[in-house]
Design a protein around this ligand. Structure first.
Ligand SMILES: [Mg+2]
Length: 227
């Protein structure tokens, strides 16, 4: 396939979000005088994942997601007296510094950008995502950055992809490839829009979702085996 445009998800695909998240949570917990334990991190992830799924389905807004994820966490932990909105603000301020990359991300983007247009398509908070990107070498290789908060729609919503296509002046769907680590947002979103998709699955998790990517890779450099 002659893809001349590659739409990359950011977190878990180019950026090591796990590392950034853990650092930001640990710092915010410390600031608010609460002990940060591995099971608390796991519980947060479970709650946060559920909130993002609700956002993807249009059940809650971004603002509701941001405060309710921590309010729900502290309720579940039986911790009272923490201002969830303030905690979320501290968390985001910290997260904005997390720009560690996934292995191979810089090299793959540099190489692809020589012959193709690259864009980042991410569901997230605009200021946080843009700050993280600005601290990374990746910024030199991508032409566009699309953050769901700015657009008003999130992946996998087709209106998100409409916006990307319009801004980038894209017409031919067969020349566009979506690369991402989420079956429910990246792969489903891209596939429903009629685009080829590359599922980045570093842990080689079994895919029981019924969502079928065009191809699958477990390291970013493997993309060159396919395109
Ligand atoms: Mg991702």
């Amino acid at each position: 396939m002659a893809y001349n445009t590659i739409l990359f998800d950011a977190d878990g695909t180019l950026f090591d979000y796990d590392k950034a998240e853990k650092f930001a949570l640990a710092s915010s917990f410390r600031k608010h005088g609460i002990q940060f334990l591995p099971d608390r991190h796991a519980l947060y992830r479970k709650i946060n994942d559920g909130k993002w799924k609700q956002l993807e389905m249009g059940v809650i807004s971004k603002d509701e997601l941001q405060t309710s994820r921590f309010a729900d966490l502290f309720t579940a932990l039986g911790i009272a007296g923490v201002d969830a909105a303030a905690f979320n603000a501290d968390y985001l301020a910290c997260l904005a510094f997390g720009s560690d990359l996934i292995d191979g991300a810089a090299e793959v983007c540099r190489s692809l950008s020589a012959t193709r247009r690259l864009a980042i398509i991410t569901n997230g908070v605009s200021a946080t995502q843009r700050s993280r990107l600005s601290k990374s070498v990746i910024k030199d290789y991508v032409s566009y950055v699309f953050v769901s908060e700015d657009i008003g729609y999130a992946k996998p919503d087709s209106r998100y992809f409409d916006f990307v296509f319009e801004k980038m002046g894209l017409i031919d769907k067969s020349s566009v490839l979506v690369v991402g680590d989420s079956l429910t947002s990246d792969i489903r979103g891209g596939a429903s829009y009629g685009l080829d998709t590359c599922y980045y699955n570093p842990r080689k998790l079994e895919n029981l979702s019924g969502i079928k990517p065009t191809f699958e890779i477990s390291s970013l450099a493997e993309i060159f085996d396919w395109i």
